[in-house]
Design a protein around this ligand. Structure first.
Ligand code: CP
Ligand code: NVA
Length: 304
């Protein structure tokens, strides 16, 4: 059994390990200088099959602030774009770098990379999940609202990769999650079954008001993900799932709004909510940096 420390999905972890990373991220945020040199001499390669602002920049800055360096690449800059296999690419990259981050539309590609790599692989978002984002989201919730265990989060909109990762987080961090999605855009049955088998308090409804009522946090994401074909029909189907001021007013007193970004203002979220006092989306984006450091230290420096 390989003991390489991959960061592929929240479901693979002991809750205590994820908790360690959240605490570590908070500590590094409060005192960034303690991280200096912890990854001295280490290199992270990052392959982006699709665009990225937050993931790319936060991992690059995180590596720099920890004393290491990163190289960002697109498939077209690699022989991957000319048909070299992911397996061969993984074997070669393992000889040069200390870790590889991959953003891909195909989760299977990430698994092939893991299978053939001798260094840690980090999931930089796939069509199925986005675990690095969720670590920042938990950090952000807890900064503003206190411990997330026993609290309630409402997800509104598409049952996409972010929704799936929130479901995994609800189990691993022990909070209640109500997802309001149209039936045809509900999260995949397998992930819901996984959550329920693990005793997760996860409910899917079509009723926005039921999901939002009393929630400590309302979260949404774009209706058209990078792995989706743009569809005017899908946008129409989701229109009544917008997080607007009326929906936010149904949440608990002091509830916050989160969104992994990029947001389509006027579609999944109103501009009023995005720019309101309850919106923590820019803290959430900043927290990518701190959360990514904790993930890198767990993977590359084998912390804890
Ligand atoms: N939230 C997120 O992953 O943003 P990017 O697509 O900009 O990396
Ligand atoms: N669900 C979105 C998240 C972007 C960070 C996507 O996959 O495009």
């Amino acid at each position: 059994m390989s003991d390489i420390r991959h960061f592929i999905g929240l479901e693979a972890f002991e809750p205590a390990t994820l908790r360690y990373m959240i605490e570590r991220a908070g500590a590094l945020k409060r005192n960034p200088t303690v991280g200096r040199n912890l990854l001295a001499g280490k290199t992270l390669a990052m392959i982006f099959e699709t665009p990225s602002t937050r993931t790319r920049i936060s991992f690059d800055v995180a590596m720099n602030e920890l004393g290491g360096r990163s190289i960002a690449l697109s498939p077209d800059e690699l022989q991957l774009g000319r048909g070299e296999t992911i397996g061969d690419t993984a074997r070669v990259m393992s000889r040069y770098v200390d870790g590889v981050l991959l953003r891909t539309k195909h989760h299977e590609s990430l698994l092939q990379l893991v299978e053939n790599s001798e260094v840690p692989i980090i999931n930089g978002l796939t069509d199925r999940t986005h675990p690095c984002q969720l670590m920042a989201d938990i950090l952000t919730f807890e900064e503003h609202c206190g411990p997330i265990a026993g609290r309630r989060v409402a997800w509104l909109g598409d049952g996409n990769n972010m929704a799936a990762t929130w479901i995994q987080a609800a189990v691993q961090f022990d909070f209640s999650l109500r997802l309001a999605c149209p039936k045809i855009y509900a999260p995949e049955v397998e992930i819901l079954d996984w959550a329920h088998t693990r005793g997760g308090d996860v409910e899917v409804t079509e009723d926005v008001n039921h999901a939002a009522a009393g929630a400590d946090c309302i979260v949404t994401d774009t209706w058209i993900s990078m792995s989706d074909d743009a569809s005017a029909q899908k946008v129409e189907d989701l229109r009544s799932y917008q997080v607007d001021e009326v929906v936010m007013a149904k949440a608990a007193h002091g509830a916050i709004f989160l969104h992994c970004l990029p947001a389509k203002r006027g579609l999944e979220v109103s501009t009023g909510v995005m720019d309101s006092d309850c919106s923590r989306v820019f803290d959430e984006a900043e927290n990518r940096l701190h959360a990514q450091k904790a993930i890198l230290l767990w993977c590359l420096a084998r912390e804890v």
